[in-house]
Unconditional design. Structure first.
Length: 255
């Protein structure tokens, strides 16, 4: 009987020690989550608080969880440089940014894993995902365009512009890329071969933005010369021109 009582006492003591250890672990994780939230690192805050609740449920942890859940910012990623441009893949899975440190970054919105695209010798001024989300086109101060495969980070270089490439865009079918440049020209590129198929001239100042009109064989371009031009790709010799008097046009967008 005495042996049984001793065994029972040992079990109770061990249980209390284990419970205290889990409480301390949960408290430490909760405090870490709170510190991460103050730093703005919501990914770490959520991970630590989830582990804290798994270790030990508590009112303070649940209160902090409600606070984090109401935070509109889901995550924040530092890339170490100012960001010049941003695009999101059509399925929302990836976000790409072009930066002043000559690099582009691709961030997985589910895992927050980051891929660095290195190769440009100038600031990345613009970038776009292809319609199928498998390729990213980047335009840079180094006068080059690069086509990057997201799967392995490899790239092909398209050369032809004589000054910075300010804008890039894919056609609706993803087979053609258009680019605009400080050299006042627009170029159409074949994605498969990488060859420049056509050069369009007419703007009197730098081309700032190029876009394909959705669902149509028409290209729109904007320029520091204060005009927007619409080019019929079947006959681009006579573009329709709209002049915005007294200012330059910085960007284009279609709904």
């Amino acid at each position: 009987m005495a042996a049984f009582s001793l065994l029972l006492a040992v079990i109770v003591i061990l249980s209390l020690l284990f419970s205290e250890a889990r409480r301390r672990q949960a408290d430490a994780l909760r405090e870490g989550a709170s510190a991460a939230l103050l730093r703005g690192d919501l990914r770490e805050a959520r991970a630590k608080l989830r582990s804290s609740l798994e270790a030990r449920d508590s009112l303070s942890a649940r209160t902090l969880w409600r606070r984090i859940s109401q935070e509109p910012l889901l995550a924040r990623e530092e890339v170490g440089s100012f960001i010049r441009t941003l695009d999101v893949s059509s399925d929302g899975r990836f976000v790409a940014v072009g930066c002043g440190n000559f690099n582009a970054y691709v961030i997985d919105t589910k895992t927050l894993e980051r891929q660095v695209l290195r190769g440009h010798r100038g600031q990345v001024l613009d970038l776009r995902f292809s319609p199928n989300g498998q390729i990213i086109a980047t335009g840079s101060d180094d006068q080059e365009i690069r086509l990057w495969k997201i799967s392995d980070g490899s790239s092909r270089i398209l050369r032809g512009h004589e000054q910075s490439v300010t804008s890039v865009a894919f056609s609706n079918d993803g087979k053609t890329l258009v680019s605009g440049s400080f050299d006042r020209t627009i170029r159409l590129w074949d994605i498969e071969s990488g060859e420049s198929r056509r050069q369009l001239s007419g703007h009197e100042e730098s081309v700032t933005s190029v876009e394909f009109v959705p669902g149509r064989e028409i290209l729109a371009s904007a320029s520091h010369d204060g005009s927007v031009r619409f080019w019929d790709l079947h006959d681009p010799t006579e573009p329709r021109t709209f002049v915005v008097h007294g200012t330059s046009v910085g960007s284009l967008a279609f709904d």
